[in-house]
Design a protein around this ligand. Structure first.
Ligand SMILES: C[S@@+](CC[C@H](N)C(=O)[O-])C[C@H]1O[C@@H](n2cnc3c(N)ncnc32)[C@H](O)[C@@H]1O
Length: 481
């Protein structure tokens, strides 16, 4: 028996009947691969039967298991797998082979010429983004993890386009990871486990379908001279934020929460080239994709996660302030302190916040980093001079450093009042308060950080309001938390 017949029989054993012409094409392909493998590194498999089963049959069987879209892009095709065997099995399919390595591309050029394959385009490229054309489907074998490929081909695919992965049986972790990272953009809709007939080789075909909604509006930004980019950069300063009434928000958890709870504030999503996408799709928001260098300049905290562009909520006039319950006045000049007390206030149920004239912007990156989405859930009023606080006609409880002020633990908070902490450094102008309180401390500590002191005062106010009667939860030991 000739090797050519042997090839045909091996196919037949796997359930694939080749025509004479197909047998001839596989034979020519095989001969070329054998010949060229000696010069360049095209395959690691040299045994004849293994080459037939693990390369040709492995790929040629795919069209019998799933419907393949045309036009199909084979990404990272190497020596032509699975593209060439698929083309031989489905002569009508329009195929594009993408491969980055020169010697492999040269080999493929020869294959296409020798086998006289029609409707096959060869692209020498390391695919990483749009290529000026969209495809109905992408197929890959032995390329990289699922998430990376789904991300890489997002803009190469038509809406509802398919990505077909030829995998081994153990790819559950990759599937989970892809769900987490790319679940907003794709759905896994076929997961086929099979064994190549008459062998022990287990395989798995995964078919992902791209959702048809994301990226109605995607702008690529690659130059620091771009006007929009300059606007983004200006949002790293309070002045820029004030001018445009926009601000930025960073961090995966914070971004996810903001998308979930404050969608109406979102004006856009800033992506890093090759970086992750947020999990939820924002249909009406524009996406801006920045080159890595440009993105990193907008990412002072090094999150690498998409940055949200948000509409700054209005700071209402001081005169509109409701005169009920506790009001926190914030005079801090350090934006991190401002952000931290905004978060604490909300946690303690104090929503009405009065930003005094000296207060740093609560939308400054450092403030937003500390407050997270809480900045979008509080009511902000501003910005009076300290002397003007009296106009609210509410008692002003000033937070001072001991020995000034009465002991917080002995102070009975009134129903409605303004809590006024001191400024970092100089503290509180004492004449501003009707009553000074302070947090008792051990000797040797001069003062607390103002943000921390404010948090303690707010917590104590709430504890005094809510705690009635003796403590009722006994300590249980040895049962675990
Ligand atoms: C391990 S080989 C697998 C080749 C073939 N798919 C197979 O199953 O035999 C991966 C191939 O993908 C190519 N490759 C990797 N990343 C690529 C990219 N981003 N764009 C194009 N080709 C890529 C490599 O040069 C290599 O030839």
């Amino acid at each position: 028996m000739t090797n050519k017949d042997h090839l045909r029989i091996l196919f037949q054993r796997s359930g694939l009947r080749l025509t004479r012409e197909q047998t001839q094409l596989f034979w020519r392909f095989h001969s070329l691969l054998r010949e060229k493998s000696r010069e360049s590194d095209l395959t690691r498999i040299y045994n004849f039967e293994n080459m037939v089963i693990k390369h040709y049959v492995d790929c040629a069987i795919v069209p019998s298991l799933v419907e393949l879209p045309s036009e199909l892009l084979d990404l990272g095709t190497g020596a032509g797998f699975p593209g060439i065997p698929i083309k031989i099995m489905m002569p009508q399919i329009r195929l594009t082979l993408v491969e980055t390595r020169q010697e492999r591309v040269e080999f493929l050029e020869e294959v296409l010429e020798e086998l006289e394959l029609k409707d096959v385009t060869l692209i020498k490229k390391k695919l990483s983004g749009p290529i000026g054309k969209r495809f109905e489907g992408v197929i890959t074998r032995a390329l990289e993890d699922i998430t990376s490929t789904l991300r890489r081909v997002l803009e190469v695919l038509e809406p509802n386009g398919k990505v077909i992965f030829m995998k081994g049986p153990n790819c559950d972790e990759e599937i989970e990871e892809a769900k987490e990272n790319m679940g907003a953009f794709y759905a896994l809709y076929k997961d086929i486990h099979y064994t190549i007939p008459e062998t022990t080789y287990r395989r798995r075909l995964l078919v992902y379908r791209k959702n048809d909604v994301p990226f109605r509006d995607l702008k690529e930004i690659t130059s620091s001279d771009n006007k929009t980019y300059k606007l983004f950069k200006s949002l790293l300063t309070s002045k820029g934020i004030e001018k445009s009434s926009l601000f930025l928000m960073w961090g995966s958890k914070v971004v996810k929460e903001t998308i979930q709870d404050h969608i109406t504030h979102i004006e856009g999503v800033i992506l890093r080239q090759g970086g992750p996408f947020p999990e939820s799709i924002l249909i009406d928001s524009p996406y801006f994709r920045l080159s890595k260098e440009l993105f990193d300049q907008l990412d002072p905290f090094g999150t690498s996660y998409p940055i949200l562009l948000l509409k700054k909520p209005k700071i209402r006039p001081f005169g509109d302030m409701p005169r009920k319950g506790p009001i926190l006045a914030i005079p801090f000049q350090d934006p991190s302190n401002v952000g931290a007390v905004i978060r604490t206030s909300l946690a303690m149920g104090v929503r009405n916040l009065l930003l005094t004239e000296s207060c740093a912007s609560p939308f400054h990156p450092k403030a937003v980093r500390a407050s997270g989405p809480c900045i979008l859930s509080v009511e902000l009023f501003g910005r009076p001079k300290l002397e003007e606080l009296r106009a609210l006609r509410l008692p002003i409880v000033g937070l001072a450093t001991p020995p000034k002020g009465v002991d917080l633990l002995r102070f009975g908070f009134p129903e409605d009042f303004i809590l006024l902490p001191g400024l970092e450094g100089p503290g509180l102008p004492l004449e501003m308060a009707d009553q000074l309180i302070s947090i008792p401390m051990e000797d040797g500590v001069e003062s607390l950080n103002v943000g921390v002191a404010t948090a303690i005062a707010l917590f104590w106010w709430r504890a005094r309001r809510d705690l009635r009667g003796p403590l009722s939860i006994p300590l249980k030991v040895g049962e675990g938390a």
